[in-house]
Design a protein around this ligand. Structure first.
Ligand code: ADP
Length: 259
């Protein structure tokens, strides 16, 4: 299984993703304008892509978008952590990359994403948090969506580096419900425990200062080309991430509605 997964090339992934392609095509038959206005039970939202540096608040905004539009957030980081926790062959291989703050190779990442996208809860649409993270992944995603003449809604959360450092080093996560807090900006009501379910909050191993630097460097080097790619296509919706989560959410909704 391990050796096999290493052998899966990008091309093979796309070829073998026919099931996922079919699933994605079926529910993303939506033009960007469809996000506008009130969502009904039966309406399709399509694919919303959340881009931004580590710590920019993608998971918080993903949660809000998910509640508002009743579609799941697919966080590739959470998917990978789940595989690590379960000790799957993918998880065992991905773990050292994640601990080092490096990107997990596409040969591991893409099949995990493919599997998740084929789940029935994605039928009306989904929010991608943490994917694409490279130009290659952006192109892979485009192939998936373009197969049926579709384009994703791409949102970029802009946050200055000094604030990112505080956001990342102060981040605490509830291991039970995945809600995130920040010691500087959004502390829990009671120190050290989740407001929702009272579980003790934890700090992610990759939120250690040395690893934070590496993750920010990786973002600059690897993800910036993906952002430039969307920029060139005129699809990038820039949102000021340096404001309260409520204001960020409102700006996202208004940008989506005006697209
Ligand atoms: P953050 O965005 O705050 O860095 P995530 O939870 O999104 O955190 O990701 C944690 C780690 O998971 C990343 O540092 C990386 O190792 C891995 N990862 C997540 N998404 C991807 C992806 N699309 N491609 C490769 N690796 C990924």
């Amino acid at each position: 299984m391990q050796a096999e997964s290493r052998k899966i090339s990008r091309r093979t992934f796309l070829k073998e993703s026919s099931v996922a392609v079919a699933a994605v095509s079926a529910f993303t038959l939506v033009r960007p304008g469809r996000v506008r206005g009130a969502m009904t039970e039966s309406s399709r939202v399509g694919a919303i892509v959340l881009l931004g540096p580590p710590g920019a608040g993608k998971s918080e905004q993903g949660r809000r978008l998910s509640e508002r539009h009743s579609i799941p957030v697919i966080s590739t980081g959470d998917q990978l952590r789940e595989h690590v926790k379960r000790g799957t062959p993918f998880g065992l291989q991905a773990d050292p990359y994640m601990k080092a703050g490096k990107l997990v190779p596409d040969s591991l990442m893409n099949p995990i994403l493919e599997e998740r996208l084929s789940q029935p809860d994605c039928v009306r649409g989904f929010i991608l948090d943490g994917y694409p993270r490279t130009l290659a992944q952006a192109e892979d995603l485009d192939v998936l969506l373009k197969n049926k003449g579709l384009a994703p809604h791409v949102i970029l959360l802009d946050v200055p580096t000094e604030r990112l450092l505080k956001l990342l080093s102060g981040r605490r996560v509830c291991p039970n419900c995945r809600r995130t807090y920040n010691l500087y900006y959004q502390p829990p009501k009671k120190e050290g425990v989740c407001d929702v379910d009272g579980t003790a909050l934890v700090q992610r191993p990759d939120d250690q200062p040395k690893v934070i630097r590496r993750r920010l460097d990786t973002y600059q080097k690897e993800t910036q080309p993906a952002i430039d790619y969307y920029l060139r296509q005129g699809r990038l919706l820039r949102v000021n991430g340096n404001q309260t989560p409520e204001k960020v959410a409102a700006e996202i909704e208004s940008k989506l509605a005006s697209q």
